[in-house]
Design a binder for this molecule. Structure first.
Ligand code: HEC
Ligand code: HEC
Length: 230
């Protein structure tokens, strides 16, 4: 539509235009009035150190089943959104790297290629072996490659990660049982707790993380609200 057309559209429909602007203003006003609500259920949980995960039993303090499920997912998201996981679940075509809780582009620059395994001459497994190489600092685990684009986590909210994790069109066709199994036993996931060479591991342990994800599924696999953060 050309600019002239757009202008004449509004000239013809002043009431529609006015109505829309009022609605937009009202929406903006109600948004700015909304305070970030502290998550009521999280106050029932024991405090936790940044490198630990709460035990699934701790969530028994939240009596409402759906609220308990949401809190369990927020706990699991502390692992998924940790750089040891999300560096390899990027929002673009290249992995990130970094030893702490920071993100930097992968150096040297590499791209996912047609099968998420790099391109000819720059395959991921050309450098990344099936185990960490301590001398050269290259991290490794069997079949090292990028998570497909539909499984991107960097920059997403816990709710967005939750929804795509449950969506079989984006999670690699996995059932919830397979999601639990993948998290509890997959070797690329497991690498997150033994990342080698001075890298900060993901919080807790894979065993406890698997138990948290299983408890989330058992309580109905509810997703937290868009604003909720762990
Ligand atoms: C070296 C890269 C790499 C790392 C590190 C990695 N992943 Fe993945 N992840 C993948 C790949 C590749 C897939 C797709 C595999 C498949 O579909 O079978 C995947 C898929 C997944 C899935 C399947 C469903 C979905 O929608 O994402 C989950 C869950 C998952 N990873 C969890 C984790 C967690 C938790 C960590 C950190 C503790 C982690 N991953 C670290 C590469 C990685
Ligand atoms: C030319 C060698 C080379 C190639 C090819 C390569 N990498 Fe890396 N990668 C490295 C090195 C070296 C590091 C460690 C950098 C550091 O921590 O100083 C690294 C780090 C990473 C990390 C960061 C892990 C973390 O959280 O600490 C990820 C993720 C990663 N690579 C994924 C990939 C993927 C996926 C591919 C293929 C698309 C790939 N790499 C291809 C050399 C390579």
């Amino acid at each position: 539509m050309s600019t002239t057309n757009r202008l004449s559209f509004f000239r013809m429909r002043p009431s529609l235009f006015l109505g829309t602007s009022v609605a937009v203003l009202l929406a903006a006003a109600s948004c700015s009035r909304r305070q970030p609500e502290p998550d009521a259920s999280s106050s029932l949980l024991p405090p936790v150190a940044p490198n630990e995960l709460r035990a699934p039993e701790a969530f028994g303090a939240i009596s409402d089943r759906a609220e308990r499920s949401k809190a369990l997912f927020l706990e699991a998201s502390r692992v998924m959104l940790h750089p040891r996981c999300s560096n390899c679940h990027p929002d673009g075509d290249s992995p990130y790297q970094g030893v702490g809780a920071d993100w930097k582009p992968h150096d040297p620059p590499v791209v996912r290629g047609p099968k998420d395994q790099g391109v000819v001459g720059m395959q991921c497994t050309g450098c990344h072996q099936d185990r960490n190489l301590e001398q050269s600092r290259v991290p490794g685990a069997p079949n090292w490659h990028l998570a497909p684009r539909s499984m991107a986590w960097t920059g997403r909210t816990p709710r967005a990660v939750c929804e795509q994790l449950k969506d079989t069109s984006r999670n690699g066709g996995k059932t919830l049982a397979q999601i639990v199994e993948h998290n509890a036993h997959d070797e690329l996931v497991g690498w997150g707790w033994k990342p080698g060479w001075g890298r900060e591991p993901a919080p807790g342990s894979q065993e406890r993380f698997g138990a948290i994800v299983a408890a989330w599924v058992e309580t109905g696999a509810e997703c937290p609200s868009e604003e909720a953060r762990p």
